[in-house]
Design a protein around this ligand. Structure first.
Ligand code: SAM
Length: 164
């Protein structure tokens, strides 16, 4: 995202879902999006922010293994970065827990991930021995994520950004 091969002003729409969270230099990534877009082009961005319900220890346990940059989970920081890259927010949709409520009623992905989490923890030592601690931490963090979204500890927001 920070450096693409697309020529300047060549792209109609950039679609970016669940990526801003892990970009170390967010400003560079967004400036690159602005560079490749045609004048008047737009970027559709779906990203997730931490809420005050996410306790610091919980944040630390998921951010590091998942590669999330803590600052990029702060809404004010990200919205300021949009502005600095020259974008204006044309539309904003606070998805919150709604997406996860919908899925949970139909296919129970959160129940499934919590069941898998319990089973992973039950065999913690064996899994670490076989696959290493980093892999264990990554799986443990991943299996928390959907539950955190459903509990409102993390909230997705979708934006349509436009260049003037
Ligand atoms: C959570 S996944 C989201 C994938 C996809 N956008 C989706 O919604 O299913 C994050 C993706 O970001 C990619 N990624 C990691 N660092 C990146 C970077 N610096 N620029 C662009 N993509 C990156 C990863 O390879 C991974 O595919």
């Amino acid at each position: 995202m920070e450096q693409t091969d697309e020529p300047d002003g060549s792209v109609d729409v950039v679609w970016c879902r669940d990526v801003l969270e892990i970009i170390p230099d967010l400003q560079a990534g967004l400036s690159e999006v602005a560079r490749v877009l045609k004048p008047g082009g737009s970027a559709v961005i779906y990203t997730v922010f931490a809420t005050p319900r996410l306790e610091p220890r919980e944040a630390a346990a998921v951010n590091q293994p998942l590669g999330s940059v803590p600052q990029n989970l702060e809404r004010a920081w990200v919205e300021q970065a949009f502005k600095q890259a020259g974008f204006r927010v044309e539309r904003l949709e606070e998805i919150g827990t709604e997406f996860r409520e919908y899925e949970e009623e139909r296919t129970q992905p959160v129940s499934e991930s919590l069941l898998r989490l319990a089973r992973l923890r039950r065999r913690r030592e064996e899994v670490i021995q076989r696959f290493g601690r980093d892999k264990y931490n990554l799986w443990e963090a991943s299996l928390h994520w959907l539950a955190y979204l459903l509990m409102g500890k993390a909230e997705p927001v979708a934006y349509v950004l436009r260049l003037p």
